[in-house]
Design a protein around this ligand. Structure first.
Ligand code: GLU
Length: 527
């Protein structure tokens, strides 16, 4: 690991997403690392939207990026106002590149004036021919420099004639050496670059130039970004030198790879933060998980909440080698945070999933006790559309709590608990059979269950009692004391599933009447 040489004080860092796609997990990871770095060293974290590519940039993507970062609670100090995206916060705005065109134009005109940039009139066909020629003589392709010696007058004449042009940087053919704070010393032969295009015209800058200008104008002192941008860094350093601008420190975070070691992409599953949100991953779990995508604190500890991360994060502990996106690890971390929720909080988080699965619908009861104020909510009650019964939040809490230990993500829940909300369960009668049980065996088992349950007094209707009584009965009834003989059909009759929470716990929530009804319905299936 490379030591960070200078003392880091009040750094200014940024995330500079292009709104050309949904918030990618890699962008969120980079945002998190910048955020942690800013927090740890008492600095500022800036959000800049790089939307100069008119064709590919879309407002919906910008919204998705802002929403995703807000959901993750990666809050920025400067940039687009999170409460009103038409406004900006901070002194270095505007923070959307599309609104900074005049600034770029003045730099571009200056470069053209000084001769560090020039107009290039080569057509696509021209460029292709140059490329093929270079390859044929064994050279790496780069711009040949054909237009670099056109006089200013000729260029002006061509422009007047309306010839299509781009603006190129007269890239110095020199070595670029810099100390990356994660990767160490990086050397790059600038002669390989050729004269790169920096703008389509003075009002349409391209990424490298716009980023260099903004990083300077916004006083960015550390550029922390993904390794995929490493090839851009020499270009940006040469541009800084040509413009006489200071060079920020650079840190390139390792790539995120899928489990097959190829670059993380849709093939590996979701790459959009929002998809994880919809699936029911918790923001604190995503943060914890993403922190490990390139940062390695050299301990066995795997659970880090944001405050610990802010304290312990450092670039020295960022790894050089690629990070692997391991979904099992994310599930494990998410499960941990789910288990740590209070039953009430977990219920609140799960309700939207139950609603969207149409297992419950919110209804609002009004309290007449507050005279004069009609329609006062006295609490949220839910309707189970299938049974037309009401269910209160406490009952929901109890149902969800049965699955708290095993939930990996929230959208798993509806399928696990649907039977609580149904009138009748849909399962094949064979499912009621434990081992070799025949239909008459199952019927006998169910009747034995009914007998025991009917005798339980309403006051004794509690999970522990049910368990005690039924386990005892099962041990007596089953051949060679096999408890499955009674308890398996019991579980299936109540839940319609092979695996579920313990049937005693389910029975406790369903109540005596519904438990008996489900047993009767199970018997009905055996006809
Ligand atoms: N707009 C670039 C991107 O979205 C940002 C690159 C940078 O951080 O310099 O990848």
């Amino acid at each position: 690991m490379e030591a960070v040489a200078k003392k880091i004080e009040n750094p200014r860092v940024r995330i500079a997403p292009s709104p050309t796609g949904l918030l990618h997990i890699g962008t969120a990871r980079t945002a998190l690392f910048n955020y942690l770095f800013a927090k740890k060293y008492n600095g500022s974290f800036i959000l800049r939207i790089e939307d100069t590519d008119e064709e590919r940039s879309q407002k919906e993507y910008e919204e998705d990026i802002l929403e995703g970062l807000k959901w993750l609670k990666i809050f920025w100090d400067e940039g687009i106002n999170p409460d009103d995206p038409k406004e900006y916060i901070g002194n270095f705005g505007p923070y959307r590149q599309s609104e900074r065109i005049d600034i770029y134009e003045s730099y571009i005109r200056k470069m053209l004036e000084e001769g560090t940039a020039y107009y290039c009139f080569c057509s696509k066909d021209d460029l292709e021919a140059q490329r093929q020629y270079q390859m044929s003589i064994g050279q790496a392709p780069k711009y040949s420099g054909k237009c670099s010696n056109l006089s200013k007058e000729t260029a002006e004449q061509y422009l007047k004639e309306g010839r299509p042009a781009v603006i190129r940087f007269r890239t110095p053919a020199q070595n670029v050496v810099f100390q990356d704070l994660i990767k160490g010393k990086i050397e790059f032969n600038g002669a390989l670059l050729g004269d790169i295009t920096i703008a389509k015209d003075p009002k349409i800058p391209l990424y490298n130039l716009a980023a260099v200008i903004d990083d300077y104008e916004m006083k960015i002192s550390y550029v922390i970004r993904g390794e995929d941008h490493l090839p851009n860094t020499p270009k940006q350093i040469l541009l800084q030198e040509a413009l006489g601008l200071p060079q920020p420190d650079y840190a390139h975070l390792p790539l995120i790879l899928g489990s097959d070691k190829s670059k993380l992409s849709k093939r590996h599953g979701s790459v959009s933060v929002n998809e994880y949100r919809e699936k029911g991953y918790l923001p604190e779990a995503m943060i914890n998980f993403m922190a490990f995508l390139g940062w390695n604190p050299d301990t066995d500890r795997e659970i880090y909440v944001i405050n610990h991360l802010m304290e312990e994060f450092s670039l020295e502990h960022c790894q050089k080698s690629s990070a692997i996106f391991n979904i099992q690890k994310l599930d494990w971390i998410n499960g941990f945070y789910i288990r740590n929720k209070s039953p009430k909080k977990l219920m609140e988080l799960c309700v939207p999933y139950l609603i969207s699965a149409n297992l419950i619908q919110p209804i609002f009861e009004t309290g007449g006790h507050l005279a004069g104020i009609g329609g006062v909510e006295i609490g949220e009650i839910y309707l189970m559309p299938e049974t037309k019964e009401k269910i209160d939040p406490i009952a929901l809490e109890n149902i969800i709590a049965l699955y708290q230990e095993r939930l990996k993500y929230l959208s798993e829940l509806p399928e696990l608990v649907d039977f609580f909300f149904k009138k009748e369960l849909d399962y094949p009668p064979d499912l009621l059979s434990w081992k070799e049980m025949t239909k008459p065996d199952i019927k006998g088992a169910i009747e034995a269950l009914e007998g025991v349950i009917e005798a339980i007094k309403p006051n004794d209707w509690a999970r522990s009692n049910l368990e005690e009584i039924l386990v005892k009965k099962a041990a007596e009834t089953g051949p060679e004391g096999d408890k499955g003989y009674l308890l398996w059909p019991f579980r299936v009759a109540l839940s319609g599933k092979k695996s579920s929470a313990p049937p005693f716990a389910i029975a406790e929530i369903l109540g005596k009447e519904k438990t008996l009804l489900r047993l009767k319905q199970a018997k009905g299936k055996l006809q």
